[in-house]
Design a protein around this ligand. Structure first.
Ligand code: G4P
Length: 192
């Protein structure tokens, strides 16, 4: 997606550890106009898939996922990372390990939110090693719903997230694909 590519190239910062800093428009401050365009692009990509719910993982996926759900006129489900055991009792949970942040958490969804009739679109801001999205896929499958698509804003194609999801039989649509962040330089994947 051209506008997001330009934003990443102009305002993103390649950190030494293979991390892209996009605090200016996505992870800390949010460019709402850009998020609206991102949402329209996802809605166009997935409009024929019969999506009944959009799912994201708190917290940075929420802004683009919310607007995508609005475009598709379906509810948004936000998967919890630190569920209150008092409030959430009847839940599906799965452990997600984060390589980038060196932590792990129990991704959680209430059992009553999805049924076997649901066709789910998972939206997230980054695809790195694919741990978070794989966790979301496991929860959707535990709920007996169908994965209708995965939409990612920024895929780091030099890490193995896409491969992991492909092995699970799932295809991914990424708006921006990054080939390298070496030497402080952001290089995009050349699409043929
Ligand atoms: P994975 O899910 O693809 O395996 O990625 P990983 O566990 O390594 O990443 C964990 C967190 O770090 C995720 O955010 C992910 O969005 C974020 N992340 C991964 N690579 C980058 C990067 O290059 N730049 C930025 N800015 N973030 C990255 P999270 O823990 O879910 O936190 P939140 O930001 O959504 O609250």
């Amino acid at each position: 997606m051209k506008r997001l590519e330009e934003k990443v190239l102009n305002e993103g910062k390649a950190l030494q550890n293979g991390v892209l800093k996009v605090d200016n428009f996505l992870n800390h401050q949010v460019d709402i106009d850009l998020m609206e365009e991102i949402a329209k692009d996802f809605a166009t990509e997935f409009k024929e898939k019969g999506i009944t719910k959009v799912i994201t993982i708190e917290s940075s996926g929420i802004a683009p996922a919310l607007l995508t759900a609005k475009e598709l006129k379906v509810p948004l489900i936000i998967l919890k990372k630190q569920p209150s055991k008092v409030i959430y009792q009847d839940v599906h949970q799965t452990v997600v390990a984060s390589f980038t942040k060196d932590t792990s958490y129990e991704l959680t969804i209430a059992k009553n939110l999805l049924t076997e009739d649901d066709h789910v679109l998972i939206i997230d801001d980054f695809l790195a090693y694919g741990e978070a999205v794989s966790g979301a896929v496991r929860l959707v499958r535990l709920s007996h719903a169908t994965i209708a698509g995965i939409g990612i804003l920024i895929e780091k194609s030099f890490q193995n997230g896409r491969e992991k999801l492909t092995e699970m039989g799932i295809s991914v649509y990424s708006q921006v694909k990054i080939a390298s962040l070496e030497d402080g330089k952001i290089t995009l994947v050349e699409e043929e």
